[in-house]
Design a protein around this ligand. Structure first.
Ligand SMILES: [Zn+2]
Length: 259
């Protein structure tokens, strides 16, 4: 799930030549979202979580019913193209996101100037969906992060934001000690865009609102660290030259499959 990023400068801006990759809307969009739901069961998970239902009040998770004539740029290696679905602007509060197996859901009202950076962010998520094992290895080698198999207490579970881009994959533990996650700021009137990034200390089983020692020096103070998938997507778009985590990641991106 991404805020609309704006820093990435495109090298080319053309329509896809492949008609199968033409962005979907209307009944094609409904069909695609049904297919996605059969695989990832994202909407079913939301409907089982009171706080996540509440956070999506007054929204409508449906595709745009009209076609949208905005150009989608071709992918740059190693990022897979994915398949864009134009969404109703209220769907997931207008947050761009991905669905299984390789759908990229964009609000129909997205400004054209933000499409390239946003699509790149979502294509990183598509790569994560398609190449889980390669990403596990990459995150271990680059960031000392590994899938975590533990459980949070109920009090934390009840406040977790369900993010489609990391739904169905494990949380990751950093330095064998810290599990970052995103919690809704408000329990009573949660908003999809208002979450706190916190860290679960698996050794003491306590929650920390401040980054653990060494975290900010390595990852920077970027607010999107709820999961390494999100950190990676943000860093790849922003490409901050002086960021250590980005440097380690960038030098290993060639290990990812290229489609
Ligand atoms: Zn994201």
């Amino acid at each position: 799930m991404g805020q609309l990023a704006s820093k990435y400068i495109p090298s080319t801006l053309e329509h896809f030549a492949d008609p199968e990759r033409f962005p979907l809307s209307g009944t094609d969009g409904i069909e695609a979202l049904n297919k996605a739901e059969q695989i990832d069961q994202y909407i079913a998970a939301i409907n089982n979580s009171p706080i996540n239902i509440l956070a999506r009040r007054d929204t409508s998770y449906v595709p745009s019913f009209h076609a949208v004539g905005k150009a989608i740029p071709p992918p740059d290696s190693p990022w897979p193209a994915g398949q864009v679905i134009w969404m109703d602007p209220t769907a997931d509060n207008g947050l761009p996101h991905t669905r299984a197996p390789d759908y990229i859901c964009l609000p129909s009202t997205i400004p054209s100037s933000q499409i390239t950076s946003t699509v790149l962010h979502e294509r990183v998520h598509v790569s994560q969906r398609l190449h889980y094992d390669a990403w596990v290895k990459l995150l271990k080698d680059a960031w000392k992060m590994a899938p975590w198999t533990g459980f949070f207490p109920n009090s934390i579970d009840e406040r977790r934001r369900i993010n489609p881009d990391i739904f169905g994959v494990p949380y990751f533990i950093w330095d064998s000690n810290w599990v970052p996650l995103g919690l809704f700021k408000s329990k009573t009137s949660p908003l999809l865009k208002e979450i706190d990034i916190v860290w679960w200390d698996v050794k003491t089983r306590t929650l920390h609102t401040d980054a653990p020692p060494g975290w900010s020096e390595f990852f920077g103070t970027h607010p999107a660290g709820e999961h390494p998938y999100e950190l990676a997507a943000y860093l790849i778009v922003e490409a901050p030259a002086d960021n250590k985590a980005y440097k380690e990641l960038k030098s290993r991106l060639s290990s990812l499959p290229s489609s």
